[in-house]
Design a protein. Structure first.
Length: 337
């Protein structure tokens, strides 16, 4: 179970093996620690007791903090999770050899393959009724395949050597992906195109919030695998920038966030905003619940069906074993369609 707390002024406390959420002297929610997977604080003005922090740390339950726009700004874990020195030494060394090259190509091509598969999934019900639309989306798919082939041909001795070319190919693929998505959205949405920070339209705001929720899940998987979320390969290192989290999230964006949110938007999910043009608490809860529910959905993985949450953690472990030299290659996750 996930405990989502979205109302300003709420207080989270521990009582007899449970976490309680109280707002204006009314109990909004109560979850047994035994069944709790994580706590997600989704608004400002929310407080929690030190008993809550200690209970969560002792039982391995992370506490994630998101801004009103979905931007993660903190997570609480047990300090012991950062003690896997061997894996971190290998991670930092890999940027300077061909392991880094292999990883930046895997992260990028994994993302692009999932863009292709999601477009194929979304367009399949339009092939009979709207053949011209299907043809347009197919041309976008073909263009993304061209960029995948170009990335596969890149060669270098370290990630920094191929990063500029790879990012150029990834950027062109993104143009075709969002062009295809735009054609598959309902017409009355009047979507202006993909925007990240500062987006004000409903679809981009929903996507950005969904990515924030996924970001916290990705960071958790990396920490549990013994990796440093700040030591990346595809994204350039900067102080305070969680580069590996930004790398690793790429192969899961389409499966975990884009697919459920595109479906919800096309089914006319209400994306409500307040007077400050921020998502309302109920909308934030709706979006978070959809993303977290999608993580429980099964996908084909290693010859069997597994929940996306399990796949995410397994991929993080595969990344760690590849960096340590215990696995010969790293293969990105590819969603089915």
């Amino acid at each position: 179970m996930d405990l989502l707390v979205e109302h300003y002024g709420s207080f989270i406390s521990k009582h007899q093996g449970r976490l309680q959420v109280v707002h204006n002297k009314q109990k909004l929610n109560e979850v047994p620690l035994l069944h709790l997977e994580q706590v997600v604080v989704m608004a400002n003005g929310i407080s929690l007791s030190t008993d809550v922090i200690r209970a969560c740390v002792e039982q391995g339950i992370p506490i994630h903090f998101l801004s009103g726009s979905g931007q993660p700004y903190a997570s609480l874990y047990s300090a012991g999770l950062t003690g896997t020195v061997q894996t971190r030494r290998a991670q930092l060394a890999a940027e300077l050899d061909n392991r880094g090259v292999a990883l930046v190509k895997a992260f990028a091509t994994g993302k692009l393959h999932n863009q292709v598969n999601l477009l194929r999934y979304l367009v399949k019900n339009h092939r009979q009724s709207e053949p011209e639309l299907a043809t347009e989306v197919d041309s976008c798919v073909a263009a993304i395949h061209d960029e995948i082939a170009a990335i596969d041909k890149l060669d270098g001795t370290m990630a920094a050597e191929i990063r500029p070319s790879l990012l150029a190919h990834e950027g062109r693929a993104a143009h075709y992906y969002w062009k295809g998505v735009g054609r598959l959205l309902r017409a009355d949405l009047n979507w202006p195109g993909r925007q990240t920070q500062g987006a004000t339209d409903s679809f981009n705001s929903a996507l950005n919030y969904g990515y924030g929720v996924l970001y916290s899940q990705v960071e958790r998987a990396l920490v549990l695998a013994g990796l440093d979320p700040y030591g990346g390969f595809l994204h350039v290192d900067r102080p305070g920038k969680p580069s590996l989290t930004l790398d690793f999230i790429e192969e899961f964006r389409q499966a975990v966030v884009d697919r459920p949110i595109i479906g919800a938007i096309n089914r006319k999910l209400a994306i409500e905003k307040d007077d400050s043009d921020r998502l309302t608490p109920q909308t934030r809860r709706d979006l978070a619940e959809r993303v977290l529910a999608r993580l429980e959905s099964p996908e084909s993985y290693e010859s069997k069906r597994q929940a996306l949450r399990v796949i995410l953690q397994q991929q993080a472990r595969h990344l760690a074993t590849f960096l340590r030299g215990d696995r010969p290659t790293y293969t990105p996750f590819t969603m089915s369609w």
